[in-house]
Design a protein around this ligand. Structure first.
Ligand code: UD1
Length: 423
């Protein structure tokens, strides 16, 4: 597994055109929930196409803390939950990774209780969990909070109709996992439609659950008495795919990403085309190429899937800062996702932020300097900007990048980038 060091940084010498093929790893935003789902039945599970990233390691620690046995080698993870003895996720782990709260649904569904440290604020602003908790209450759980922990209890959950006030990805997944063992039928309306939710639904069905409608706004779950172990291959990471396509485009090169269906990136690819990037699609790969001098600005607004992914906003902003003309970027999902803009400005970008809008006056020449990651996708965006910048860009605090990109620098180097990790 990778060893992430707090003091590690990337040194990027910009100006090289990237070229070649890269295979995307399994989706971070799917695998963490699949790992949580292994708590629904004490059994043995095998997940393949698992990315070797820090968040996976943290989720493995969460499962091990509860009593599960986890083995991980060459992209294959074996999880044995037959000896799970605790239902408490401690502060140290939840603080490291917010997705730890996804164990609430499975634990209360199978063991009748879950105790999870309250996730603190994070660099994306105060991310609430009220929709998760309201849904669990509707399923019959009793929720209390004491000494910084949320306690969820229910001898047996009861299926019901739940209308989400926002199509939250995490809440949809937590509630799906809770409902699969509830008595009777649950309808989740205004559900999130992300491809990772479809992946979770497939895994739950292979465990014996009765779930329909994942990928649409209405998910129907008929509770079953018990579930069993299963095997599953994690879908490709669409955010990693988008990041590498931008790496090719921002360096004026040509990059093909394999292991991803272009359908899950529809809107993103149409925005790349608006910028002037040439994009070709095959059933399981996407090819992009372009000439930076000809790029033009375009507007983007993040929204729940199939809208423009908030997880690709920062990387796209790096591209828009070198594309001629103005672009307006509107962030509708996470309020603090513009924190990294100051770092992009230090590289020479001209961006003005007003509330959840950013006006990018593109076509600027970027020049390398020292910059600092504020979160995972911001970190990726700074590396992308470094590829286009003149001279050397030093990206610090790259432990954020290690949370979600498998061998980021190795893959970039294989495409011809000059990127080095230094301790
Ligand atoms: C997941 C992804 C994250 C991605 C996001 C949106 C994982 C580990 N993370 O995060 O990478 O950026 O989807 O695609 O899969 N909200 C509430 N109350 C709630 C839940 C959410 O107000 O109970 C708000 C959040 O503050 C945020 C918005 O809803 O403004 C979206 O959150 P959500 O869809 O839940 O994202 P996550 O599941 O946290």
């Amino acid at each position: 597994m990778i060893e992430s060091e707090t003091g590690a940084r990337f040194l990027i010498r910009g100006g090289r055109s990237l070229s070649g093929k890269v295979r995307v790893s399994g989706a971070k935003n799917s695998v963490l929930k699949l790992m949580a789902a292994c708590l629904l039945a004490p059994a043995a599970y095998t997940l393949s196409n698992v990315p070797d990233i820090q968040d996976v390691r943290t989720m493995a620690e969460v499962l091990q803390h509860l009593g599960a046995v986890v083995g991980f080698e060459n992209g294959v993870m074996n999880v044995d939950t037959t000896r799970v003895a605790s239902q408490t996720a401690p502060y140290e782990l939840v603080q490291k990774m917010r997705a730890s709260i996804q164990i609430m649904g499975p634990l209360v569904a199978h063991y009748g209780q879950a105790r999870v440290a309250m996730p603190g604020g994070c660099n994306l602003g105060p991310r609430k969990i009220d929709i998760h908790l309201k849904g669990l209450t509707q399923l019959g759980a009793e929720i209390t909070s004491n000494h910084g922990f949320i306690e969820v209890q229910a001898p047996r959950l009861r299926g019901t109709d739940i209308l989400l006030e926002y199509p939250s990805v995490g809440a949809t997944e937590n509630l799906m996992m809770a409902a699969v063992l509830a008595e009777g039928e649950t309808l989740i309306d205004n559900a999130a439609r992300e491809p990772e939710i479809v992946d979770l639904s497939k895994f739950l069905v292979s465990m014996g659950a009765d779930v329909e409608g994942a990928g649409t706004s209405t998910i129907r779950v008929r509770g079953v008495k018990e579930l069993h172990g299963a095997e599953h291959a994690v879908i490709g990471d669409r955010i990693e795919a988008g990041t590498f396509l931008i790496a090719g485009a921002i360096s004026g090169g040509q990059v093909e990403v394999e292991g991803i269906s272009p359908r899950v990136l529809d809107l993103f690819l149409s925005k790349l085309r608006s910028v002037g990037v040439e994009v070709r699609e095959n059933s399981h790969s996407i090819w992009a190429c372009g000439d930076v001098e000809r790029y033009q600005g375009t507007d983007i607004a993040t929204l729940p899937y199939p809208g423009f992914a908030t997880d690709l906003q920062a990387q796209t902003m790096a591209l828009l800062s070198v594309a001629k003309g103005p672009s307006i970027v509107t962030e509708n999902v996470f309020e603090s996702r513009f924190v990294f803009v100051d770092e992009l400005i230090r590289l020479g970008a001209d961006i003005k932020v007003a509330g959840h809008h950013a006006v990018v006056n593109g076509g600027r020449r970027l020049t390398g300097t020292i910059v600092c990651c504020s979160d995972l996708r911001a970190g990726a965006a700074l590396v992308l900007a470094g590829l286009a910048a003149e001279g050397v860009t030093e990206v610090r605090e790259i432990y954020h990048v290690d949370r979600g990109y498998e061998d980021f620098e190795g893959k970039l180097v294989s495409l011809g980038a000059d990127v080095r990790r230094v301790a």
